[in-house]
Design a protein around this ligand. Structure first.
Ligand SMILES: Cc1cc2nc3c(=O)[nH]c(=O)nc-3n(C[C@H](O)[C@H](O)[C@H](O)COP(=O)(O)O)c2cc1C
Length: 312
């Protein structure tokens, strides 16, 4: 049966997404890798693996572990670097017809600015997501994204050098999500994404000569275990600033998507869920369409007006 005209489009400032379901940075490579497993062109957006100026190998293994309800990783920003992204990765991804947002990571504010300048105007690129929240590198990232005044200055410096839509990805590992969201807004961001991974520890207890010790791996926790933290952060960001918010953390099904939209997210990203079910994000687009149809919703944007106002 033909569907009624259904408008799932949402906007992150100047960036229009055909629907609110995106793929989260670092969990989908450069997007095109998933092309045989789902119709990437049907998604709302792809957020690429975090890009640095020079290529990086990331941390030595072991760097990923399963936990109850999640995954702990310490990949350490392995990536091809901005030049190889432009030459080898972006054209194939853009050809799939999906809005592309490049996730950007730097060790210093100057590196973020240099990457933003290099990416500005790249054909097929719609926006930048500033990863100021990576817990797995020695310098940059989270250091620049934990202090509101430092974050505002960084966002303003990048804003001055690019016309691309600017999304700022916040850390849950400080108590100040609302303040950070306000700082990003003051610096000129177009949207907030929340959250990056939650710092955690995976431990293997060992007995050596009758004494208990631990083999431990520190990293960022993702997956269903962090969803309540992510929902809390989205609600706090929603209350603190006027920017659209992209919710990310533990999405495994349509119910999770609706929870994020209900607390005030405008769009969402699917991360660890893709490892479990590579076609998950595509299934969620279908299921969101069905849900809108079943509930008589013709425009998702209208249905989201006022959502999340009373959550914190
Ligand atoms: C293996 C792995 C690599 C990641 N790499 C990045 C990255 O490069 N940049 C970034 O901003 N977030 C990165 N993330 C964080 C995710 O984009 C997302 O914020 C987080 O995993 C929470 O969502 P989820 O619970 O749906 O996975 C990574 C996550 C995982 C699991």
């Amino acid at each position: 049966m033909a569907r009624r005209a259904l408008d799932l489009a949402v906007a992150l400032g100047p960036l229009r997404l055909p629907n609110p379901i995106g793929l989260a940075s670092g969990t989908c490579g450069y997007g095109a890798e998933l092309a045989g497993l789902l119709d990437v062109g049907r998604l709302g957006c792809v957020f690429t693996k975090g890009l640095t100026l020079a290529p990086r190998d990331g941390n030595a293994p072991a760097r990923i572990a399963e936990t109850e309800g999640g995954t702990l990783n310490r990949i350490g920003l392995q990536n091809v670097g901005v030049e190889a992204f432009l030459a080898d990765k972006l054209p194939a991804l853009a050809a799939l017809g999906v809005p592309v947002v490049a996730n950007v990571a730097g060790a210093t504010a100057a590196e973020y600015v240099a990457i933003a300048e290099r990416l500005d105007g790249a054909p097929g690129l719609a926006g930048l997501e500033l990863n100021v929240s990576c817990p797995n590198v020695d310098h940059g990232g989270i250091e620049l994204g934990s202090e509101p005044r430092v974050l505002e200055a960084l966002v303003a410096a990048v804003r001055a050098r690019t016309r691309l839509a600017l999304v700022v990805k916040l850390t849950p590992n400080t108590g100040a999500v609302g303040e950070l969201a306000r700082a990003a807004e003051a610096g000129g961001a177009d949207a907030i994404s929340a959250i990056n991974t939650v710092t955690g520890l995976v431990v293997t207890p060992t007995l050596v000569d009758g004494r208990l010790s631990a083999k431990a791996m520190r990293g960022g926790l993702s997956g269903p275990a962090i969803k309540p933290v992510a929902l809390r952060c989205v609600a706090e960001a929603r209350a603190a600033c006027g920017l659209p918010i992209v919710g990310v953390g533990g999405i495994m099904g349509l119910g999770d998507v609706l929870e994020f939209l209900a607390v005030g997210a405008t769009a969402v990203q699917v991360g660890t869920g893709t490892f479990v079910e590579p076609g998950l994000a595509g299934r969620l687009v279908d299921e969101l369409e069905d849900w809108c149809e079943a509930n008589g919703i013709a425009s998702l944007r209208t249905a989201l007006e006022g959502a999340g106002e009373a959550c914190v």
